[in-house]
Design a protein around this ligand. Structure first.
Ligand SMILES: C[S@@+](CC[C@H](N)C(=O)[O-])C[C@H]1O[C@@H](n2cnc3c(N)ncnc32)[C@H](O)[C@@H]1O
Length: 237
């Protein structure tokens, strides 16, 4: 589906990214599978509340190989573009190895969730932080206005309330407050933001709300259709 504000395709981004034009993207902001499902000890069932989903989803079980998409990220990104990839503790090394040597600079941001899923049995840390690896070249865009904005730490609740889609429910829908903070910091109005692991297009909604254009790819038809609806509604706001 293509409009003047967004262009999205359904399918495997490892293949479809080859159709994205060279040097056409100002910001890659993406949230690939974390491959955490295979470390799961199973969903936790309760009589008195919704089950805790530790198993994530089937798409999380397929081994993700960052080195198989890193060159394509570099190809589609403009030389002054920025790259932000959400990653988990188990994949950060692979993402770092795949990307660091391809850019002038690498750093990371931490997203601290103020309302993480509780650990009912108090048998470990809460999963209250997520890591976002960032890479850029000299001369890249950066829109900081004050020192406070420059902390590589961002605090917000997980996505809930009216923002959280009910049908379909996406297990890892990210909050717009966090995504908008990154889009605002790392791109300009009129720029193109790309998310090859789009989910239900949260990155796209953040981009459109901030007058950027959006390109997205999503494997699952259910989420792709939800993205179409969400992006169309946001375009008409
Ligand atoms: C962590 S979720 C992204 C959630 C997204 N940030 C949101 O807020 O909706 C990762 C998404 O990548 C999709 N995915 C997994 N493998 C893919 C592939 N090879 N190509 C495209 N999408 C893929 C999954 O279906 C899932 O929706």
């Amino acid at each position: 589906m293509k409009t003047d504000k967004f262009s999205i395709i359904q399918g495997d981004c490892f293949e479809l990214i080859k159709e994205v034009k060279t040097n056409s993207v100002d910001l890659i902001l993406t949230d690939p599978p974390y491959n955490l499902a295979k470390h799961s000890t199973g969903n936790i069932k309760f009589d008195w509340r919704e089950d805790v989903n530790n198993d994530i989803a089937d798409w999380d079980k397929k081994d993700l190989e960052p080195s198989k998409i890193a060159d394509e990220f570099v190809r589609v990104l403009k030389p002054d573009g920025n790259l932000f990839v959400f990653c988990s503790y188990n994949l950060i090394g692979k993402w770092y190895d795949a990307l660091d040597h391809k850019f002038d600079a690498t750093n990371f941001m931490v997203w601290h969730k103020t309302n993480p899923t509780p650990k009912f049995f108090k048998n470990g840390f809460l999963n209250s932080c997520e890591i976002i690896l960032c890479c850029w070249n000299k001369k890249h865009k950066w829109n900081f206005t004050n020192q406070k904005e420059m902390h590589n730490f961002f605090e917000s609740p997980i996505c809930s309330g009216p923002e959280r889609l009910k049908d379909p429910k996406h297990p890892t829908q990210k909050p717009l407050s966090l995504l908008k903070h990154i889009v605002k910091t790392a791109s300009n109005e009129g720029d193109t933001v790309f998310d090859p692991f789009m989910g239900v297009a949260s990155t796209g909604v953040a981009a459109l709300k901030l007058n950027r254009k959006f390109v997205g790819i999503e494997l699952e038809e259910l989420y792709f259709n939800a993205s179409k609806k969400r992006l169309s509604e946001t375009s008409n706001d």
